[in-house]
Design a protein around this ligand. Structure first.
Ligand SMILES: [Zn+2]
Length: 251
């Protein structure tokens, strides 16, 4: 009998952990969590009624219930029963705790996540500079200008709008999808300790990327996006430390 050959499975670098969860309730929970962290759903906001939300995601009410249960047990939402009941996002203190837990769980992956995000976003900016149409450029400019220094949640929404507009102008669905995914991993919860100075810096950085895209200069667009991300990483790190210190002093 011939010796058993080494199979493809013993040679590939692919690991079990690389299989993405195909569980629809996990996916729905991740999407809702992403909406909370991006500020699309704010502290205290009601989620749409179960039936409506399930239809929106294209899942059953039962599957949605599993997703909501997991978000409830991890502290993102609170659900009340009865005919006045429903699910709503918890308050900013609870969300901050969720955020800190999330970062603690992901600590070993954080460097890799930032490196990946850098690749995705700089390439997106470079593509946008060469591929954008005039209406797309207008949309990018509108997103930059929608930033308001007074309302942090709207500032974060405008940040998302800016990066989304760049992604549309880059004309790559795969890049856009990867960008949304990395943004759901590396974020600041809306409303958390963003200072006015940072709002001004954010506006300046977006303006710089926008100008490079307007000039159709892919190298400069990529370079400016890269320094914007380095800044974002520093801000996230600082806010994280402040939030940790505040959480510890409450203990
Ligand atoms: Zn940004």
């Amino acid at each position: 009998m011939p010796a058993r050959r080494e199979t493809a499975f013993s040679k590939t670098p692919q690991k079990a952990g690389w299989l993405s969860p195909t569980n629809p309730s996990d996916n729905a929970a991740a999407l809702i969590r992403g909406m909370i962290f991006s500020g699309a759903l704010g502290p205290g906001d009601w989620l749409p009624p179960g039936r409506e939300l399930a239809a929106h995601f294209g899942i059953s009410v039962l599957t949605l219930r599993v997703a909501l249960k997991s978000l409830e047990s991890t502290g993102y939402i609170a659900t009340s029963r009865g005919h006045q009941g429903g699910s709503r996002v918890t308050d900013i203190e609870a969300l901050t705790r969720c955020w800190l837990d999330w970062w603690r769980d992901k600590a070993s992956e954080v460097d890799d996540m930032w490196a990946f995000r850098e690749i995705i976003e700089t390439k997106t900016a470079a593509f946008a500079a060469t591929r954008r149409t005039q209406p797309e450029l207008d949309a990018i400019e509108a997103a930059v200008r929608s930033s308001s220094e007074d309302d942090y949640a709207s500032m974060l929404r405008s940040n998302d709008a800016f990066h989304d507009a760049l992604a549309s102008a880059a004309h790559s669905d795969r890049l856009a999808k990867a960008m949304v995914a990395t943004r759901q991993e590396l974020f600041l919860p809306a409303g958390l300790l963003l200072r006015k100075r940072r709002a001004a810096e954010l506006l300046e950085a977006h303006t710089q990327v926008f100008e490079a895209v307007r000039e159709r200069d892919p190298e400069r667009a990529a370079e400016r996006m890269s320094s914007h991300l380095a800044w974002t990483r520093t801000v996230v790190g600082t806010v994280l430390e402040e939030a940790r210190a505040a959480a510890n002093s409450h203990r």
